[in-house]
Ligand binder design. Structure first.
Ligand SMILES: CC(C)(COP(=O)(O)OP(=O)(O)OC[C@H]1O[C@@H](n2cnc3c(N)ncnc32)[C@H](O)[C@@H]1OP(=O)(O)O)[C@@H](O)C(=O)NCCC(=O)NCCS
Length: 123
């Protein structure tokens, strides 16, 4: 399991999740979950309609001891099969992963910023 929500989510995501939990309203969000037996080893939370023409991936996390086994790729490909246009805010550490998944930067990453919008559209 991810060790904490703050590792998965940035401030914007945490604020949103907090508001959703207070309202007990998760409608419009979908979770893609990878499991090993009963254990959740990977998760992505997505939302349609946040951006006009894209599905947003709010967070994607694979448990540390399950990374580099293709789980992140599997989750992203599963999302893409059902949502062919995706936009997300990528952390610098994950730029290389998303580039491998075919994502491109929307604009150029600012050298002093640790995040950048990335998009992928299936044709
Ligand atoms: C980023 C993350 C989701 C990748 O998941 P994963 O299951 O480890 O990735 P996969 O095994 O599916 O990797 C797919 C490919 O991307 C590569 N890759 C994985 N992580 C990478 C990274 N951080 N940088 C560059 N390449 C990476 C793999 O080597 C693999 O390449 P290959 O197809 O040539 O073999 C995972 O490392 C993670 O949860 N990180 C912490 C949270 C995070 O950063 N989430 C993204 C926030 S925007």
């Amino acid at each position: 399991m991810p060790s904490s929500l703050t590792e998965i989510c940035g401030y914007e995501e945490l604020t949103l999740l907090d508001a959703m939990m207070k309202r007990n309203d998760f409608s419009g969000y979908t979770a893609y979950v990878a499991k090993d037996g009963e254990r959740v080893v990977g998760i992505a939370v997505i939302q349609d309609g946040y951006y006009p023409a894209f599905t947003k991936i709010w967070c994607l996390e694979v448990a540390k001891d399950y990374q580099n086994r293709g789980i992140g790729r599997n989750i992203v490909e599963s999302v893409l099969r059902e949502h062919p246009a995706i936009k997300l805010v990528a952390k610098r550490d994950a730029f290389g992963f998303y580039q491998k998944m075919g994502f491109t930067f929307e604009g150029e990453p600012h050298p002093k910023s640790n995040v950048c919008y990335m998009v992928r559209v299936l044709h």
